[in-house]
Design a protein around this ligand. Structure first.
Ligand SMILES: [Fe+2]
Length: 399
């Protein structure tokens, strides 16, 4: 037998996933099953301009759900953003009360969904006024003891997969950290994926978020915490994303490409929520905080070197990734692994991802800081355990 099989595992996923072109029209009925007042949190202003939000509000009213706009997420969420949104929810008297209370609806990319997940949790968990006290590795170590307000997530960017995960990534720049708020209770109750919502996403964001999804599919497949169901869905997601990302980047209106990327992103969230990630995401968190590199871009720059570094620890798995990415078999694991790396480099260059850290404003002086900040949940799942010296020399090799 060439690859490992973990014969004992847990698996979880959002209780209800509704996927399909134009299915955002069902948001009223779906929201009505969770509550009677809906607090809406959205991402980019494009949604407002294109009338998408007005359409969603209309669908909600039709079903007797009162929409209330609670805010927007125009950047990756920071502690202050979560605290402000949670305070607004509390001051509005938001409460979950079976199907007759309130629901939070997030329409946007990972930033909007993460902000909504964290604020929905902080609205009902009130041991501290700041989310910082609940974040992993910083603050007071408080736990999410109470169920958050129910969340309906409508992803628009086909990238982070946050709609299917149990954590929200929250940043701070003073002091600098990027940490997760995590609880099984935070998984969105309903995920409504309408790939048509991603048509207006610009090419650069399509590239970054799409490469984030690909990185998540690959890292969750080879991580030390990998298990059978996430591995199976990761392969399906990767096959679809490999076929679609360049087309979605070049022709944003291509329905099939957008559908494939939206599904791949959803699967990447389900895979990472169960298996965790690896080195690329560990360093990406540090790049986000210390060089302000957008998450997907940081992952994309790190992915080729992460594959190279882990090849010796996961030869069979990386070779399998090569087969899925290229859609054909190879005569040896070495050939498969080489093909995986070449295909990722080819996709990256087609969607204009830079190859070197200096192209994303990283200087040599910053490298030791990046090494220090890259330790966390993601790095702990990397197949090859890496010392600080090794991480430093890996970063130097792609400077
Ligand atoms: Fe990611």
């Amino acid at each position: 037998m060439t690859s490992s099989f973990r014969a004992s595992y847990d698996f979880f996923a959002p209780p209800r996933i509704v996927f399909g072109w134009c299915r955002r029209a069902e948001v009223g009925k779906l929201a009505r099953s969770l509550g009677r007042r809906a607090f809406l949190l959205h991402g980019s202003s494009t949604l407002e301009c294109s009338g998408v939000l007005a359409g969603i509000c209309g669908c909600l009213r039709q079903e007797g759900v009162e929409p209330v706009e609670i805010g927007s997420a125009l950047r990756e969420p920071e502690v202050v953003d979560v605290d402000r949104t949670a305070r607004a929810l509390r001051e509005s008297g938001a409460r979950s009360n079976g199907g007759s209370g309130d629901v939070v609806i997030a329409v946007g990319g990972g930033s909007a969904i993460d902000l909504a997940k964290a604020a929905a949790a902080m609205a009902t968990n009130r041991k501290s006024p700041t989310v910082k006290d609940y974040l992993e590795g910083v603050g007071a170590g408080l736990q999410i003891d109470e169920d958050p307000l129910p969340l309906l997530a409508m992803p628009t960017t086909a990238g982070t997969g946050s709609e299917a995960t149990k954590n929200a990534v929250i940043s701070s720049f003073d002091p600098p950290f990027k940490k997760s708020l995590r609880s099984d209770r935070m998984v969105p109750r309903i995920v409504l994926v309408d790939p048509e919502l991603s048509v207006s996403v610009p090419p650069t964001t399509t590239a970054y978020t799409g490469m984030d999804a690909i990185t998540q599919l690959i890292e969750s497949y080879i991580t030390v915490k990998a298990s059978p169901i996430p591995q199976a869905i990761a392969l399906q997601g990767l096959a679809l994303a490999a076929q679609a990302i360049v087309l979605a980047f070049r022709d944003g209106g291509n329905r099939e490409a957008r559908e494939r990327m939206a599904h791949a992103a959803l699967l990447s969230g389900m895979a990472l929520a169960n298996s965790g990630l690896g080195m690329a995401h560990g360093v990406a968190a540090a790049l986000g905080i210390h060089a302000r590199v957008p998450h997907g871009l940081a992952c994309a720059v790190m992915l080729p070197v992460a594959l190279r570094v882990n090849q010796g620890a996961r030869p069979a798995e990386i070779s399998r990734l090569g087969e899925v990415l290229c859609g054909r078999g190879f005569s040896s694991p070495e050939d498969g692994a080489r093909a995986a790396l070449e295909k990722i480099e080819e996709l990256s260059s087609e969607v204009r991802i830079p190859r070197r850290l200096r192209e994303i404003n990283v200087t040599r002086e910053l490298l030791p800081v990046l090494v220090k900040s890259s330790r966390g949940n993601s790095m702990s799942g990397n197949p090859r355990q890496l010392s600080d010296e090794e991480i430093l020399s890996i970063l130097e090799s792609i400077l």
